[in-house]
Design a protein around this ligand. Structure first.
Ligand code: GLA
Length: 521
């Protein structure tokens, strides 16, 4: 977007704020280049090669080939990115960066073309300093922002990782905004990755500057490093969203320094945290077990969920950590993560995730693929350094508490008989025609009433939907005591959308005490 448009939208934001309509959503202030509405997925060579001799055009082409042949492209991996040490130590006489002719004999444009030819995207690296991080001292972008951005655009670059070394003490926001503006003027959409290591709390200022920002120093291929990055990143959920992500650094899965359980924890928690999934291993050497981790589509779906919410921490007690991530379809992803040295049971509840009351929930284990149902408890025995990942969905439909329903004259909401769900129950007037009415949202195939009837006689009702009786004289038999709760279920056919469900007593005793109405899909 042009500077004048940016200025105009800033003014509009100020005007809204002044008018009392506070723009609380950070999304409203995000970098508006339209890119990375979900976290980036792809590859970067750094974690496997650093600047060693195997970082070459041949390697990068091989990775692009494997993205296609191993099905990684099919599950969402898109960016093939190169890191430090791709250039010569000096710019040419025109001031342009020059690809190292030993590593990249055909230049960068030819490599980008090759990657594009596979239907993939290509990314490059430089530093917001006078030189990049490698001690050989490759030229950085500070003071050359527009020239370098234009060169990258001319090569077909789709993603820039912009590092922080040799920054000469120049203000970080100034340096990263300069490259943002240069990329915007380059004429090519280029995703912009700020690699400032969290030094100036970029989460507080970088949403309008970059598409993602590193929150930590460099990861290494060991448990202590990976879990340390997790701990630093997991409290920053409020700052992440479509187009602007926290980046706890690239993946180590497949590099050999962690166990399968630890790599699953790494991959699973990155997905929970809506972190970039940039493979950092040399895919030409990765085991099938590690491919299986990288290609777990249920876990990838958490990362790539279009709502773009980073998981929050529900509890963290002595290394036993529960995370919950809100998903676009209303499901929750729950991670039970064991950072300790021994197996432990980790527990939470459906209600703690905010999923909303339902008669039961389906838990899908995203590693074993097994499912089970629960009425609320979500727990597992979790081995040391492992993480159990569940996708939680309301399986029994939706619960509507009777205390939120509308009662006809004389009815009261009471709580004097224990055992009800929610905060109370509906005690309808003892009269023919006494009714309880719920506003519900279909679709549904059945209604279930929770009730208690402490008398010796059934308390029949007519059940109506949108004013039409669909079940007449439905019996609510005695339950033995007012504190003994039971259920009555009837099939109904509710289309999608809003409906009124009403029960109306047909005897002078009125209805039974009603606890809730469950709609089943
Ligand atoms: C910094 C970055 C790393 C990598 C190296 C390259 O350390 O944080 O991710 O890009 O530089 O030199």
């Amino acid at each position: 977007m042009s500077l004048s448009r940016r200025f105009a939208s800033a003014l509009a934001a100020l005007a809204l704020a002044a008018s009392g309509l506070v723009l609380s959503s950070p999304t409203a202030l995000a970098l508006e280049n339209g890119l990375l509405r979900v976290p980036p997925m792809g590859f970067n060579n750094w974690n496997s090669t650093q600047c060693k001799a195997d970082f070459t055009e041949g390697m990068i082409k091989g990775i692009a080939d494997l993205f296609v042949s191993k099905g990684l492209k099919d599950v969402g991996y898109t960016y093939v990115n190169i890191d430090d040490c791709w250039a010569l130590p000096s710019r040419n006489s025109s001031g342009d960066l020059v690809p190292d002719p030993v590593r990249f004999p055909h230049g960068i444009k030819s490599l980008a073309d090759y990657v594009h030819g596979k239907g993939l995207k290509f990314g490059i690296y430089t530093s917001a300093g006078t030189k990049t991080c490698n001690k050989a001292g490759f030229p950085g972008g500070l003071g050359h922002e527009q020239q370098d951005a234009n060169l990258f655009a001319s090569w077909g670059v789709d993603y820039l990782k912009y590092d922080n070394c040799n920054n000469q003490g120049v203000d970080a926001q100034q340096r990263y905004k300069a490259m943002r503006d240069a990329l915007a003027k380059s004429g090519r959409p280029i995703a912009y990755s700020i690699c400032e290591w969290g030094q100036n709390q970029p989460w507080t200022w970088a949403a309008p500057v970059g598409n993602l920002w590193r929150t930590t120093g460099d990861i290494s291929d060991k448990w202590s490093s990976m879990i340390g990055k997790t701990q630093a990143n997991r409290g920053l959920a409020q700052y992440a969203g479509p187009g602007h992500w926290n980046d706890p650094d690239m993946l180590e899965v497949g590099n050999g320094g962690m166990t399968t359980a630890e790599y699953r924890t790494h991959f699973g928690l990155w997905a929970m945290m809506a972190a970039p999934l940039l493979i950092g291993s040399d895919l030409r050497k990765v085991s099938e077990d590690d491919f299986a981790i990288l290609k777990n589509t249920d876990v990838i779906a958490l990362d790539q969920d279009p709502l773009g919410k980073q998981a929050t921490v529900l509890s963290a007690n002595a290394g036993l950590v529960v995370y919950s991530k809100v998903l676009a379809n209303g499901d929750r992803a729950v991670a039970l993560s064991n950072e300790t040295a021994s197996t432990a049971t980790i527990s939470t509840t459906a209600s703690a995730t905010g999923i909303g009351a339902a008669p039961s929930y389906t838990l899908k284990d995203l590693w074993s693929k097994g499912t089970r149902t629960t009425t609320g408890t979500i727990n597992a025995s979790v081995p040391s350094h492992a993480t159990v990942l569940y996708r939680v969905s309301s399986s029994g439909g939706t619960r509507y508490e009777a205390e939120s329903a509308t009662l006809s004259a004389g009815g009261t909401v009471d709580s004097n008989h224990a055992g009800y769900s929610g905060t109370g129950f509906a005690n309808g007037a003892n009269a023919v025609g006494s009714s309880v009415e719920w506003q519900v949202t279909g679709p549904a195939t059945a209604v279930t009433f929770g009730y208690a009837n402490g008398t010796a006689a059934a308390r029949p009702v007519d059940v109506s939907v949108d004013g039409t009786v669909v079940a007449a004289g439905v019996s609510f038999p005695p339950t033995g005591a007012w504190t003994t709760w039971s259920t009555v279920t009837r099939a109904v056919s509710l289309a999608a959308g809003a409906h009124t469900v009403r029960v109306t007593a047909t005897t002078a005793d009125g209805p039974a005490n009603l606890d809730y109405l469950d709609l089943s899909r």
